[in-house]
Design a protein around this ligand. Structure first.
Ligand code: FE2
Length: 321
């Protein structure tokens, strides 16, 4: 593979973050053939480095991105089946808009769907159109964050590990495109009435509460805050930074969005330390049209910077095989 570099690239334990690769000059079908051949190697690199950025593939449309992702032969993780709270538009079975939230909204660092019991193992991003200004996708090595957090706030780190975390959010009865978490409860749970929603919630071990206006507050069971990566590393695999800083809209108060598994509240100063470490080790992917990124969801977090102009960054999620 043809390794490349990018200004400001990070490095952890001798591994560049992200790993940057130049694709060979080729047609779309040759590019897919190339992807098929390197899929195993790129998947391993994404796990070791956290993320891989591939430049130079001739990808222009959502269908091209779908074809490239399909060539990797990973199992698809569909938005329809996911419990994501983001409102999105599906372009193909595999491809959807990364988030329809307005351009001035910052999406904080998170592991995709770590606030639910079902999450993808990897994510692809594709830049169809880069924003005029801003719009980078920040990425952050969560294993590096965990190590530093443990050193700086051992009590907090141990509490996260021992008690786990619970998340609570209010879903609207109608999709709310003005919010980063505006997916309706009907769409989230793939149901069209309250009884069916309650059956799904009970099966997932959630607790819930209906609001008089038809909104639904759903609270997750206790979920782990830390993930053993199986190779001596562990990652801060949770939604703490995004939930505490960003789960804010007309229905939601971030102070109630996340708590320890035993129901006790988090200390904002501890969360502040975790957020500050994450900021220090964040790299912003400076999108160019045609870029393809593969992020290991267990190793690296991602978010979205605010932007000006038209930005089209599409996503595709991959399940564990
Ligand atoms: Fe995301």
């Amino acid at each position: 593979m043809n390794l490349s570099s990018i200004p400001g690239q990070h490095e952890y334990g001798g591994k560049p973050f992200p790993l940057v690769i130049n694709a060979p000059e080729c047609s779309l079908s040759e590019g897919c053939e190339w992807a098929r051949g390197v899929a195993g190697e790129l998947s391993k690199a994404a796990f070791e480095h956290g993320a891989v950025l591939v430049r130079g593939l001739p990808l222009a449309k959502p269908e091209d991105f779908d074809a490239a992702v399909g060539a990797f032969n990973f199992a698809n993780f569909s938005y329809v089946d996911s419990l994501s709270n983001a409102y999105r538009i599906n372009y193909t079975q595999r491809v959807f808009s990364a988030n329809e939230a307005p351009s001035d909204i910052t999406i904080f660092l998170h592991h995709e769907l770590a606030q639910t019991p079902v999450y993808p193992s990897k994510l692809f991003f594709f830049c169809q159109t880069a924003a005029d200004e801003g719009g980078a996708t920040p990425i952050c090595r969560s294993d590096v964050l965990w190590k530093r957090l443990y050193e700086q706030r051992p009590d907090f780190a141990e509490a996260c590990q021992a008690r786990g975390l619970k998340y609570s959010n209010v879903m609207p009865a109608e999709a709310d495109e003005s919010s980063g978490m505006g997916r309706s409860w009907q769409s989230t749970f793939s149901v069209d009435n309250r009884e069916a929603a309650e059956a799904r919630l009970a099966k997932l071990s959630y607790s819930w509460e209906w609001h008089p206006n038809g909104d639904l507050r759903a609270t997750t069971p206790v979920l782990p805050a830390v993930r053993d990566l199986g190779d001596g590393r562990a990652s801060f695999f949770n939604q703490l930074i995004a939930a505490f800083n960003g789960w804010k809209d007309t229905r939601n108060d971030p102070a109630r969005a996340i708590m320890f598994g035993d129901g006790t509240l988090l200390n904002p100063a501890d969360v502040g330390v975790a957020s500050a470490i994450a900021d220090e080790i964040t790299f912003d992917i400076p999108w160019q049209a045609g870029d393809l990124a593969l992020v290991d969801n267990y190793v690296a977090m991602h978010g979205r910077r605010a932007f000006k102009g038209t930005r089209r960054v599409l996503a595709s999620l991959v399940a564990d095989n």
